[in-house]
Design a protein around this ligand. Structure first.
Ligand code: PEP
Length: 251
């Protein structure tokens, strides 16, 4: 059956990459995307902010998209060390990840902060990828779906539409661990997310839902074929061009 939502494969490089190696990686991914000539999927990399400008310039014309990993809620001001959505846009970003579990845990970001960051992304003309996901303890306590619902209701801004929102389901226990939920579990979580979105977003059926957590070339086809999965948010495997391109090809 043909897909109705355009798949998105997004790579989150996290705090990895110095100029020479990062540029080589970005160029290798860009070459693969250009060769793929895909119009039926989007491929995005989110490098560290220090490299965004150089990478955006280096991959121009390839079809590879470039995004940020986080943004501040304000456009500018006395916020030492922070980067605004406008600054990301200014150097070539089209997307920004907000609410990644590492920021929720390490930086104490609440759902309300994540929602404000998604709104900041809109203000700057960026497409936010809002991350949600349960911890292992929450899953084992049978609370995963409640957690997803609470996070969605708190993190998705009023006024979101299918064109202005991407949601990434990333079970915290699957990030960087090599563990993944079963495909029926992924499909069930995504169906639940879409149901909750139905009460929040007009045209929720069109919102793209990415799965994230230990996606690699060898499991991508299976995970991407799960119901309601419209792409992947990839961490570790995004740091190797051939692995990341294998995931993009698996759509
Ligand atoms: C992530 O950090 O968003 C992620 C999914 O990481 P990994 O693919 O390494 O599990």
């Amino acid at each position: 059956m043909a897909r109705t939502r355009l798949p998105l494969i997004a790579g989150n490089w996290k705090m990895n990459g110095l100029t020479a190696d990062a540029l080589a990686l970005a160029k290798a991914v860009a070459a693969g995307v250009k060769q793929g000539g895909w119009t039926d999927r989007e491929v995005l990399i989110c490098p560290p902010v220090t490299l965004l400008m150089a990478i955006a310039e280096a991959v121009k014309g390839s079809g590879l998209l470039v995004g940020g990993q986080d943004c501040h809620v304000k456009a500018s001001g006395a916020c030492t060390g922070d980067v605004s959505a406008e600054m990301l846009k200014d150097v070539g970003a089209s997307h920004v990840i907000v609410g990644h579990s590492e920021r929720r845990t390490d930086c104490g970001e609440t759902d309300a902060v994540v929602r404000d960051k998604a709104e900041a992304a809109w203000r700057a003309g960026l497409l936010p990828i809002v991350c949600i996901g349960e911890t292992l303890a929450e899953r084992e306590a049978g609370k995963a779906f409640d957690v997803l619902e609470t996070q969605l209701k708190g993190s998705v801004p009023v006024g979101a539409t299918a064109a202005t929102l991407v949601v990434a389901y990333e079970p915290v226990w699957a990030i960087g661990t090599g563990k993944t939920p079963t495909t029926p579990d992924v499909a069930a979580a995504h169906a639940h997310i879409r149901k909750v979105l139905g009460g929040l977003v007009p045209g929720a059926a069109g919102v793209r839902l990415l799965y994230g957590g230990s996606v690699k070339g060898s499991n991508a086809a299976e995970l991407l074929a799960a119901g309601d999965v419209d792409g992947a948010l990839v961490g570790g495997a995004a740091l190797k061009a051939d692995e990341f391109l294998a995931i993009a090809k698996a759509v």
